[in-house]
Design a protein around this ligand. Structure first.
Ligand SMILES: [Zn+2]
Length: 87
């Protein structure tokens, strides 16, 4: 592990005034792992943390599919507009 990875743990330990336990994970609320401001950090136990990331992963996949569907619809709308303009 490099220094950057440990930084968020150091910030949280300073905030709590104690060492973190090995099963305590510091999660970045806004998803930006370089943002180690205390407002962006929250302590979670290991299990809750991996569950959260699994949900985020699923959510991102759903958004990807939705985005593809919307792009396909947009293409159709554009084609329809083009066809109407050519009449
Ligand atoms: Zn996390």
């Amino acid at each position: 592990m490099n220094g950057a990875v440990r930084e968020h743990r150091r910030v949280m330990e300073e905030h709590l005034g104690r060492k973190l336990l090995t099963n305590e994970i510091v999660h970045h609320v806004n998803g930006d792992r370089t943002d180690n401001q205390i407002e962006n950090l929250v302590v979670m136990d290991r299990g809750a943390h991996s569950k959260k990331h699994f949900r985020l992963h699923e959510y991102r996949n759903r958004l990807k599919i939705e985005n593809q569907e919307l792009k396909a619809q947009l293409r159709m709308v554009k084609q329809n507009i083009r066809a109407m303009c050519n009449n």
